[in-house]
Design a protein. Structure first.
Length: 203
């Protein structure tokens, strides 16, 4: 998993509440277990007409937000069904950080497991960041996970807090497999002892 330390990028405003995982990636596109290629169908029904042409009014179809790496979203982002394809699609599109007042629990956890930083901020902070992201001339934010700070275009700094374990995993690029591989010496030692003590298990 790619490390997340500090990100400076274009922020796209999505000022809608209860954006669910079916809006993020409709069930039609859940026929793969590959994590790549899903960015092109992110927000499929919101981004595209049935004939595949873009809806020009949708924020991610408009410059400069087509290149967004940060999403500033409304309350309860990622609610609905617990599909891991949702963070896969966001990441494949290029989104590395989502800022909101609240997230659905399963989606929130899945973000950390896939290298996306979900940041929870108070309502007044979200309103300020939503206004920053809506400014076509300079919608650039800097998110510093190590310092736990978001720097606005005007230089103002907003703090946020992340669970220390999750923060450490993102800073070091550790997903569940990466965490397991940190214990590979102990796993190998256990298997060697078991092979010696219970050889019939390995026949």
């Amino acid at each position: 998993m790619e490390k997340f330390t500090r990100l400076t990028g274009i922020a796209a405003p999505m000022d809608a509440i209860n954006v669910d995982t079916d809006q993020i990636i409709p069930k039609l596109h859940l026929r793969t277990i590959k994590r790549t290629g899903l960015g092109k169908v992110l927000f499929d029904e919101l981004r595209f007409h049935p004939d595949g042409t873009e809806k020009p009014e949708f924020i991610l179809n408009r410059p400069p937000w087509r290149e967004a790496e940060i999403l500033v979203a409304g309350d309860n982002f990622g609610c609905g069904s617990s599909r891991e394809h949702a963070p896969w699609a966001l990441l494949d599109f290029g989104i590395r950080c989502i800022v909101s007042t609240s997230f659905a629990d399963i989606f929130y956890n899945n973000c950390f497991k896939n290298g996306i930083l979900p940041v929870t901020v108070p309502r007044d902070a979200l309103d300020a960041l939503m206004a920053d992201a809506s400014d076509r001339e300079n919608p650039v934010l800097t998110v510093d996970l190590e310092a736990q700070e978001i720097t606005r275009p005007n230089g103002a700094v907003l703090g946020f807090t992340i669970d220390e374990f999750r923060r450490d995993c993102l800073l070091n690029g550790l997903d569940d497999i990466g965490l397991t591989m940190q214990k590979v010496d102990r796993i190998d030692a256990f298997e060697a002892r078991q092979r010696e003590q219970q050889p019939w298990l390995y026949r």
